[in-house]
Design a protein around this ligand. Structure first.
Ligand code: VG1
Ligand code: CO
Length: 544
């Protein structure tokens, strides 16, 4: 099989963001754009001779084509064995599971996650390392540095391989195994949760379920696990066929983009549990009948109840949340006497804590929760967790959350996104806020006195690495917070994210609309950042 070394010229914009390299499809279609990035990963990895890699994606436009390119480049770079999800599909958590289970060196996950797909939309690629998790910053920085000087890549000249038929083939010296994308993952789930209890709840009709796969990768996983294995009624999985353009929508599970599910859950005949996942299956939205669970609350509830589930019966070692995630889980950790770590946004920061066995559960406000079973956030896992919890506690979602608030207090929380502003304006808002920080401490705004104002920097307790400028925090004496940061996953201009939270201990005050409960803090955040005047936008584009 002829291996070709082809000349190329570098691009200057291949810096991975919060989660891999995400760009418009048109950018990826530029000559050698994908090849440069993939070769930069191989060059960073060094010796891959005889090693196993995992490959799959969320099925979006360009997925199949990119897989063929990576297959041929893997063969040319000496990879020993490639495990590919049938049809080129692997959800992000399933890829993590497969890397771990088959002791692979790592893997490529092709996804732009919750961003829309199609010829005019987004594509993405990320590399996951041996622990199954996203490559740490030291690795992605090295890949970026390499991509800026790369002048050649290696590829074999060969026909495309058949990625739709399960089985083993060879490409030169490399073994290619097309695997069932669901089975390893499904087995792992069965091990963590009480499947027979969930099954009897679903089969008896005591628990009903609607799961929106949003035409993205989790369709086959959800059908196999929820409907076929656990006996949820056929049709419980909505939009279960992965489409290259996700049916034209944003595969982003929130009340704005998962409208169909939200309407159902707030409607008259709502099921016990409503849930949705994103493009690559690592996010989850949880709803009960007439009830929305904020991701930060979901993490706290899972932490408080984990011991009730088979996979976590021995309790939790510790927990972690990303900095902008609400402090609800901190209260649970405190009550349980375990450590709660605060990391920057992005799953890659949890990897070290999980590997060092400092934490068992972790999560982000952006609809991401998971545990030490993989090294990614895991959408369906969270759904199964809630199903198991409902089956054990025999209570509704709303009852479980309200009881949690009574015990721990409620952390009112909301995130306001201002999407699609020019990058310079986004940068100027942040730098202006940063400049204001030293003068803010001690200042009073209505009932709020600033006690801390800084730009979050994280000192990894495991490897000692430091990540700076991870978000502007304004923390008040009473624990309320406003956080500002720019998105690192968008592909259109800049997105400013404003995170607002306030704690309420008094159960009599637990039934407010978060937008009302946080009104004064929201106004303060808008005036401190001048977001409306500087962008000309009348309000956020998405509120979660
Ligand atoms: C967003 C979320 C972050 C999440 C990341 C990847 O990043 O805020 O919490 O880890 O997406 O999620 P940013 O930089 O745009 O705020 V996924 O499901 O898109 O891989
Ligand atoms: Co995702």
């Amino acid at each position: 099989m002829p291996i070709e070394t082809r000349k190329t010229t570098p691009y200057s914009d291949q810096k991975p963001g919060t989660s891999g390299l995400r760009k418009k499809v048109k950018v990826f279609l530029q000559k050698n754009y994908l090849e440069n990035f993939v070769q930069s990963v191989f060059d960073t990895l060094g010796d891959t001779a005889g090693k196993t890699l995992v490959l799959g994606g969320d099925g979006r436009y360009l997925n199949r084509q990119a897989i063929q390119t990576i297959v041929k480049m893997s063969a040319a770079n000496g990879v020993g064995r490639l495990l590919i999800g049938q049809g080129g599909l692997l959800s992000t958590p399933a890829a993590s599971c497969v890397i771990r289970k088959h002791k692979a060196l790592g893997g490529f996950v092709l996804s732009a996650s919750h961003n829309p797909g199609g010829p005019e939309e987004d594509f993405g690629i990320k590399y996951n390392v041996t622990n199954g998790g996203p490559a740490p910053e030291s690795f992605t920085d090295a890949v970026f540095a390499r991509s800026r000087v790369i002048d050649q890549y290696r590829i074999v000249r060969a026909d495309d391989i058949d990625i739709d038929k399960i089985g083993e083939t060879r490409l030169g010296d490399m073994t290619v195994q097309i695997i069932d994308p669901v089975s390893d993952y499904a087995q792992l789930m069965e091990h963590l949760f009480d499947f027979s209890l969930i099954e009897s709840g679903l089969k008896s009709g005591a628990i009903t379920l609607s799961y929106d796969a949003m035409h993205a990768v989790t369709g086959p996983y959800a059908k196999r696990i929820l409907e076929e294995r656990l006996g949820a009624a056929i049709g419980s999985v909505m939009n279960g066929i992965p489409l290259e353009d996700f049916g034209g929508g944003h595969p982003d599970p929130n009340l704005t983009h998962a409208r169909e599910l939200a309407d159902l859950m707030f409607g008259a005949r709502s099921p016990t549990l409503g849930a949705a996942s994103d493009g690559d299956g690592d996010r989850n939205m949880i709803m009960g009948s007439q009830f929305f669970v904020t991701p930060s609350d979901s993490l706290a509830v899972l932490a408080a109840n984990a011991h009730l589930l088979p996979g976590y019966k021995d309790g939790l070692r510790g927990v972690a949340r990303s900095m902008p995630t609400s402090q609800a889980v901190d209260r649970v950790a405190h009550a349980m006497g375990i450590e709660c770590y605060e990391t920057p946004t992005g799953w890659k920061f949890f990897g070290n804590l999980l590997d060092a066995r400092k934490i068992t559960l972790c999560g982000e406000e952006s609809f991401g929760t998971s545990s030490d079973h993989v090294r990614e956030k895991d959408g369906l896992w969270a759904v199964l967790f809630w199903l198991n919890l409902i089956a054990v506690r025999k209570q509704s979602v709303a009852e479980i959350v309200r009881e949690h608030w009574r015990r721990f207090g409620r952390d009112y929380y909301s995130r306001h996104d201002y999407e699609g502003m020019p990058a310079e304006i986004g940068d100027s808002i942040i730098s202006r806020l940063r400049a204001q920080l030293p003068g803010l401490v001690g200042k009073t705004f209505g009932p709020y006195q600033v006690s801390v104002a800084d730009d979050f920097s994280y000192h990894d307790p495991v490897d000692g690495s430091v990540s700076e400028k991870q978000g502007i925090r304004i923390i008040f004496e009473n624990g309320a917070r406003i956080v500002f940061r720019l998105s690192g996953t968008g592909t259109d201009g800049a997105t400013l994210r404003i995170y607002i939270e306030r704690y309420e201990r008094d159960p009599a005050e637990h039934n407010q609309d978060p937008q009302e409960a946080l009104k004064d803090l929201i106004e303060l955040a808008e005036s401190l950042s001048e977001v409306k005047t500087r962008t000309g936008m009348s309000g956020p584009t998405v509120i979660t």
